[in-house]
Design a protein around this ligand. Sequence first.
Ligand code: BES
Ligand code: MN
Ligand code: ZN
Length: 492
Amino acid sequence: MKLSFEILSPEQAVADCLAFFLPADDSQRARARKAITGIFGAAVEPAFDSKDFKGAETDLVHVYLPASGKVKRLLLVGLGERKRTSLETYRRAAARAARRFRDLKVHSASCVLPESPEPEATLAAMAEGAILALYRFDKYKSSTNDKTRGPETIVFISEDRSLAKKASRALERAVVTAESVCFARDLANAPGNEIYPETLAEAARRSGKRHGYKVRVYDRTALQKLGMGGVIGVAQGSARPPRFIVMEYGTRGKAVVLVGKGVTFDTGGISIKPSANMAEMKMDMSGAAAVIATMEAVARLHLPVHVVGLVPAVENMPSGQSIRPGDILRHYNGKTSEVDNTDAEGRLILADALGYAERFKPAAVIDLATLTGACVVALGHYATGMMGTDEELMKRLKESGDRTYERVWQLPLFDEYEKLIKSDVADVKNVGGRWAGAITAAWFLRKFIGNYPWVHLDIAGTAMLEENGDYTQRGASGVGVRLLVDFLSHWK
Ligand code: BES
Ligand code: MN
Ligand code: ZN
């Protein structure tokens, strides 16, 4: 699918389908109706008269036009009440339009850019919505009833000449970002027999080669030398050896380090999970997927930032070689942890990576991890849990979350929670009992951070979705990529 922007009036458009995005407010809809019927004639009247189209947020009506014209169909897309419109409104409206284009097997689509206070951001949101809505993970389907992937072209049109340059740049950015989200979704949706530590590292290597950032991969022997006892320990039950992936883009200024949990499959290990829904745990490397895809986006966009990506990659399996409850591991920074539950494995591998991050003397470290079921219990699928040591950094992430609608919500790291992970025999224990599971997991990580501002994002609920949304599908959401690209675009 090719997206483009052109200075063009609706009269000049040539398309299988031309979409208008209209608010619910009566006066504005009446004005739009007059303009649209003025151009396309009486054939459009029934669409406006029908009870189906009142401009509400879910209203979506298409009408066929006389075959003699340059436009075959019109699509009316509701935006809801003007005073409640946000970038998310446009993102969703474009998503629904794109799915209708696909259902109608439209080849060439055009969208009239609706009037808004921030036209470039609106265009970007709409492009994102359209691309993300049409994403499918169907590479393993030998035959699908519906092979249509959506239109070959979507042209966004506006008569505002002042937009020409800025709009094309905003569009390009949105396309790269949305494609990177799809890349993250592909990685996370891929089954455990396709993506395991070695192949995840290969995917990062390929991406780095293609888009111009450095990728270094450490194997088991190297990890042993580095002293990454957490990564080695969690991986030892699996026939698949671990990897530690280090990515770097740019050199300008102090680095922002992104750390992604890369558990390519989480059975729970000896503390094995129940079999119901265990298949979801192929997505337990969603943090890693977000970090790799963000590296790709940042490199493709040539953002003027210095970014390092760290991914500890392991498979958590039960076997005769697995770590046992009660085992004690020594991490990269020398601290020890008691493994009370082998299913709390994410924090064990992140501990090593967070210690390693100190090497870069970073300006900030942000980790993304599908870390706890407790976070899903607390926030469901609509907000990422955020905890950290730096309020300013969290404020910035909150702003990026609001702009991208990848919303984050802060949970406290009060001192009182720390004692819940005390161990009798090691520096820290890897589980904290029944309560505040998302917080005790973050407290565990905090024990291993270096001297840098740190934020932890628990994406357990937001990375794995149970239902389809306007521009998301059941399965991997690719969460984190749009958030981090926005965050890095506003960095310094
Ligand atoms: N990967 C899981 C967390 C998870 C659960 C993500 C559900 C998405 C959906 C993590 O490794 C895990 O198993 N956590 C345990 C921790 C517990 C043993 C302290 C959990 O949340 O149950
Ligand atoms: Mn687990
Ligand atoms: Zn896990």
